[in-house]
Design a protein around this ligand. Structure first.
Ligand SMILES: CC(C)(COP(=O)(O)OP(=O)(O)OC[C@H]1O[C@@H](n2cnc3c(N)ncnc32)[C@H](O)[C@@H]1OP(=O)(O)O)[C@@H](O)C(=O)NCCC(=O)NCCS
Length: 180
């Protein structure tokens, strides 16, 4: 990794505004969406097993973050994707699975291995034997990265009530492969 960026555990509740600033630059979020996400992130962090990792520069600027948690079928995200997976007899992926809820790297630091390192690090040492996530259903760096880590499509064209674009749901066995 370049830039002397360090990957390590992140106190996301304490640094939620910095993290959402990274997400706003990487993913595009309006001020209103940031305010909504802020409440959602803080609630997610109270869920059992929630964990987060960050990428920080030597002067302690946050340039990337990831967070996730063991899936719970009662959580909103899981209830939305469940019918799509059940239709293909793949809803067993919702059990014993670690969900990647958000992964973002500031555009000024992308393509240097930070995203790959964040997602492999957060999934290392979790109890679950697999991981699931959703990504906008287009070819993108995110989809390319997930595929290269062993994630395959479990469902396509998944519609979240609040989102304009359809998503793909992807799943991978853990541990994710580390680059040699
Ligand atoms: C997805 C994201 C987190 C990746 O972070 P990153 O630090 O740039 O990723 P890395 O440098 O670790 O890995 C890049 C990998 O992405 C893939 N990738 C990069 N650019 C790509 C492209 N144009 N097309 C396809 N795959 C691409 C490759 O698999 C590449 O791996 P490799 O070059 O090592 O083989 C980052 O691009 C991002 O924040 N995007 C915007 C927000 C977003 O979409 N987040 C995910 C929401 S689901």
């Amino acid at each position: 990794m370049t830039d002397n960026v360090v990957i390590g555990p992140l106190d996301l509740a304490a640094r939620v505004d910095e993290a959402l600033d990274v997400q706003a630059h990487a993913f595009g979020l309006s001020d209103e969406e940031v305010a909504v996400r802020r409440q959602i992130v803080l609630r997610h962090l109270t869920y059992p097993g929630a964990r987060s990792f960050g990428a920080t520069t030597p002067d302690d600027r946050l340039v990337g973050f990831v967070y996730g948690m063991p899936n719970d079928r009662r959580h909103w995200w899981s209830t939305v994707v469940e019918p799509y997976l059940r239709g293909r007899q793949l809803d067993g992926w919702l059990d014993d699975s670690f969900v990647i809820t958000e992964l973002h790297v500031h555009p000024g630091h992308q393509n240097r291995g930070i995203g790959r390192s964040l997602i492999t690090t957060i999934t290392e040492g979790v109890a679950e034997p697999r991981s699931i996530l959703s990504a906008i259903d287009v070819e993108s760096p995110a989809r390319g990265l997930y595929r290269s880590l062993g994630y395959t499509d479990l469902a396509r064209r998944v519609l979240f009530p609040s989102a304009a674009k359809p998503y793909a749901v992807m799943g991978a066995p853990l541990p994710l492969p580390r680059r040699g």
